[in-house]
Design a protein around this ligand. Structure first.
Ligand SMILES: Cc1cc2nc3c(=O)[nH]c(=O)nc-3n(C[C@H](O)[C@H](O)[C@H](O)COP(=O)(O)OP(=O)(O)OC[C@H]3O[C@@H](n4cnc5c(N)ncnc54)[C@H](O)[C@@H]3O)c2cc1C
Ligand code: FES
Length: 281
């Protein structure tokens, strides 16, 4: 069983859990993810490895409560255990030869980008981090990102904290001011990763994005996580989740992500009825 040893509430919708999982911690690398089930009949939830501690044998996950399964996960507490915690899955990020990098985190994507910034910083790379949130109440990991970057710019869409504006505009400004990045890593909503990739394309800056299509088995067999990259079919669970942002068909990704919206809404309504003691079939 995978015991929860730490729980933090990062904002109204985002929680952090540190889980006892020594075998996963031993092999985990930035860029990889796990698939967990909170209980035996639970849905499989893919989540990025936000941090790991090989000595303590723990893995940290940070997740947004967006639907029934993530809500249930968020209701667990220290001392509770998860039924499964499978990983590390996916291809680890590689940054050989990088001297200067920009890490862009959009909303919850900041949590997924954190291990990448930490890794680059530990390699002695000059790291600029730009994180963007809808408003000041949604800001997460400010202190942690500051500790693993040479410069941190926090933006809010409404200007309620930090710089007003979108992360992509700040990135363009930094590039135009003469910052020469060997790589840009952009992680967040698909539309934000698309826009950042469009910003860097004319400058020829290598741009890595992390794709989160619907995943089921996480081993390349079900085809659920199919994405098109450079005109070829790839499976995000085994070929990614990191890909070249200039090659990704974002329009297809956005279309495929909305396929199950009606089912997700129905599951959430059933979950709410259960919470109120009215069990729906
Ligand atoms: C490789 C990978 C890494 C991820 N890392 C994180 C992370 O670190 N933190 C985080 O908050 N979220 C992460 N996600 C997304 C997370 O898996 C979904 O938010 C979660 O599964 C939603 O489940 P739900 O039942 O609560 O919501 P639902 O109501 O079922 O779905 C809400 C939305 O979540 C997404 N989703 C649902 N089921 C899946 C699935 N099986 N696979 C992928 N996406 C799904 C869809 O976009 C959907 O519209 C990651 C997804 C992938 C594929
Ligand atoms: S999740 Fe099944 S092929 Fe990737």
């Amino acid at each position: 069983m995978y015991k929860i040893v730490r729980k933090e509430v990062l904002n109204a919708q985002v929680k952090l859990l540190e889980i006892e999982a020594p075998f996963v911690a031993r092999k985990a690398e930035p860029g990889q993810f796990i698939i967990l089930r909170a209980y035996d009949e639970g849905e499989r939830i893919p989540l990025t490895i936000a941090d790991y501690d090989r000595e303590k044998g723990t893995v940290t996950i940070i997740f947004q409560e967006v639907g029934a399964s993530t809500r249930l996960l968020g209701s667990l507490n220290v001392g509770d255990s998860l039924a499964d915690f499978c990983g590390p899955l996916g291809v680890a990020s590689h940054f050989e030869g990088v001297k200067k990098a920009a890490i862009i985190g959009g909303g919850l994507g900041t949590a997924i980008a954190y291990p990448q910034a930490k890794k680059l910083h530990s390699m002695g790379v000059d790291v600029d981090v730009i994180t963007g949130f809808r408003n000041k109440d949604l800001i997460i990991l400010e202190k942690e990102m500051a500790a693993v970057s040479n410069r941190l710019i926090v933006t809010t869409d409404d200007g309620s904290n930090g710089t007003k504006g979108f992360v992509s505009d700040i990135l363009k400004k930094l590039i135009d001011e003469g910052n020469t990045y060997d790589v840009v890593v952009a992680i967040g909503p698909p539309i934000m990763m698309k826009v950042v990739s469009d910003v860097t394309r004319p400058y020829g800056i290598k741009t890595i994005v992390s794709l989160n299509p619907i995943m089921i088995d996480g081993t390349g067999m079900c085809g659920g996580c199919r994405v098109t990259v450079g005109g070829k079919i790839k499976f995000a669970c085994v070929d990614g989740p990191d890909f070249d942002g200039h090659q990704v068909d974002f329009n297809e990704l956005i279309r495929r992500l909305s396929i199950y919206k009606d089912h997700e809404r129905a599951a959430q309504e059933r979950h709410q009825c259960r919470l109120e003691g009215k069990i729906n079939a």
